[in-house]
Design a protein around this ligand. Structure first.
Ligand code: H2B
Length: 95
């Protein structure tokens, strides 16, 4: 079992990454990314996939043409954990 983020860590997380929204039902963080076209969107997904696999922490996501919707949560914690914060940080560094 992985530890959920405490209130202070959550506040810090969403203050640091204002593009992300808290999704209360899943206790997840979500963000929509828009690109110029499909090739850019899919290139971004390929980069995220490599990072996620290295981290052994994987996004829930969907793609429609130039749009990528990402949801991060930790199944092993049943909510947000430090792993989501780390993956969000790596994703933000790509865009
Ligand atoms: N990804 C996400 N988003 N949450 C998890 O709890 C998780 C994961 N667990 N990727 C990992 C893999 C776990 O299933 C493996 C066994 O380490």
């Amino acid at each position: 079992m992985v530890q959920k983020l405490d209130d202070a860590a959550r506040s810090a997380l969403f203050a640091r990454f204002p593009g992300w929204t808290h999704e209360p039902v899943r206790d997840a963080m979500t963000r929509r990314f828009q690109f110029g076209d499909f090739a850019q969107a899919f290139g971004f997904m390929a980069s995220v996939a490599i990072i996620a696999e290295k981290m052994d922490h994987h996004p829930e996501w969907s793609n429609v043409y130039n749009r990528v919707d990402i949801l991060l949560t930790t199944h092993d914690a049943d909510g947000l954990s430090e792993r989501d914060a780390k993956l969000a940080e790596a994703i933000e560094a790509l865009v």
